[in-house]
Structure formats: structure tokens, C-alpha cells
Design a protein around this ligand. Sequence first.
Ligand code: ADP
Ligand code: MG
Length: 349
Amino acid sequence: MTPAVNPAMTSLVAHAPGRVNLIGDHTDYAGGLALPMAIDLGTTIIGHRGGDQLRLHSEQFRTAMMEALPIMDTQIEPIWARYVAAVATDMRLSLGFDGTITSTLPLGAGLSSSASLEIAVALALGFDGTPMELALLAQRSEFAAVGVPCGLLDQFACAFGRDGHALLIDFTASSIEPVLMPENLEIIVVHSGVERTLAGSAYSERRAACETAASIIGELPTCAIGDVDAISDPVVRRRARHVITECERVREGAHALRSDDGAGFGSLMIESHASLRNDFEVSTPEVDDLVARLISIPGVHGARMTGAGFGGCVVAACKPGAIPEPTSITGRGWKVQAAGPARVEMLEV
Ligand code: ADP
Ligand code: MG
């Protein structure tokens, strides 16, 4: 279905949050479980619809794109504009737009600036479907733009965010259950300083290993841990073990949050990081060191890499005030709150 585009020439502000994944990484494309939350850092687009050109300036990159409609090619310059072109192509955009993109997210750091961009762009350009259609559009656009066969974790979190809540997502059922964040739990995100590249072949390799494992023992989220013994390749076996155990940790993690058990949640985060490091092999020494450093701070319940890995950010769950200055750890850090979904606001002109 092609989403309808509002033809009115209007000034507007579109905003899409980023997300932090609290637990459950590399489970989305395997049909498993994850527990992210949309955050109060995100992408904002200000501009107006009209004309027959798509013109957007990115304040982060200090470059602009200018394409005549209809856009048929996603492989354009600057590279960041490929996400925009992919969204516009998918929407079959016929009405132009002129505006500016700003972001409070670190880019390429595992807080999902790409899904946030795709979703903010879609709303700015006049996307008029359901949040589910919006998330699917963003997933297709990510693949069209940069060839990453990503799952739906980032796009779901961004499109379905709920103020004050994490989201328990089941990617087989496509169900999303809000989980109230305990008041006495602070979520801190710290940048490891290592820039990650999701588009690298490692992501596709991990996904392929999970598909191989599923072809041997069945859909991984439905498997018991003992089932992995039937996989002869030791690498594929470890990848499968991560997905199976991670889904169980997500289940237990949602229960811990609902029970106001910050310490229990923190232990699960630490186990999750060990599994991502040892079985899934998507961490880096710098990220491991940062996790170790954070969990040695009194009042920090747990910490883990967040997102696809290979660098980027670490997330910690703490007692309030345990890390009073998140920037003090590596120079780049944030205290984040669970935020609402992407939205667009039409302004009076
Ligand atoms: P993540 O989604 O974890 O931040 P990705 O590598 O998936 O990392 O996406 C980062 C890319 O998304 C950037 O390199 C850029 O191409 C694009 N992007 C995100 N935010 C912006 C922005 N504000 N302006 C332009 N491009 C952006
Ligand atoms: Mg991304």
C-alpha cells in the first residue's frame, strides 16, 4: 500500500526518538524478544512541503541534498542522503520538501540514529499510515539505502515508543507490550569512543549463522538450550546459544523491571554482555573495558553493549545518582529517559 501524502504546503516539525536497547540484541531478525526503550534524544526535521524538489540540509554533516522528484535512485551523494532518498522512493513522493535535519543523538553509535532519521523523514514528507507501516517502511528503506538486512528492533522502538516505558517486543508475533520503567532505576548511556559500522559484513554473517542454526534445530526462540548440541559447527552452535539464552534473559528482564528489581535486571545485563562477547562475538576490547569500568561503580546494577555491537555505546542501569555526570566516564555520555513515539506537528503559517 502506498501511504497517502498530504498535499497542503505547510510548515512542520517532525521528531523521531532514538532508542537504547536495554536487553535482547541480535534477536530481532531471528524472531526473538527484545526490550528497548525510545529515548529523549532524537532527530528533528523542520521545513515545509511543496514544489517538485526534495531539499534537506543536515546540521550534523553540514551538507545538503537536492533531488528533483520523482526520486528513482537511492545511491546518491552525500551518503547520508541515501536514507532520505530510500524513504522518498518507497513513499513514491510526488510533493517536494525543503528543510533542515538536526539531531541530539550520537551517529553510528548504536542508539539508532538511522531509524530515527528514516522515520522523521517519512513523517516530514507526509507519511500517513499506522506506526507498524511506518516501522516497515523504515526497515525497507534501511536495506535500500545501505544494504543492511536489519531486523525491526530500531524501527519498532522509534515508532511505538511510550513515555516512561520500555517495550517488550516479540518479533515473531509482532507484539509490543509496554513495561513501566521503575522510578528508582536510572538509565545511563556512555559512548565507548569506537565508531561502529553496522553495514560491515559481520552483521550479515551473524544473521546467516542464525538462519543456518534455525534450519538445523528450528526457530531459535522456540528452542531449548540443549537443542544446540545437534549443531556440529561450533561457531554456529555458539551463535544459536546466544539467541536462545538472550530471549530467556529478555523474558526475565521484563519480569525484573515489573518487580522493581533493579539488581536482578543488572545481573541479566551483565550476562547478556558476556553472551554477546563470547558466543556472538560482537563486542570489542574497548567496549568490554567500559562495561567492566561501569559495573565497578557503586550503585551501578549492570551494564552491557547496546545495539548491533562492534563499538558504539554501552548502557548501564543504576541507582539514581550513581553516575551523576555521564560525560565524566569517556567524555560522551547521557542520562536518558523513556520517551514517546515519533510525531509530526503542523505549524501555523
Ligand atoms: P546508528 O543507527 O546506530 O546511529 P547507523 O550506522 O545505522 O548507526 O546509522 C548512522 C548513519 O545514519 C549516519 O552515518 C548517517 O548516514 C545517517 N544519519 C543519522 N542521523 C543523521 C542526521 N542527523 N543527518 C544526516 N544523516 C544522519
Ligand atoms: Mg542504525
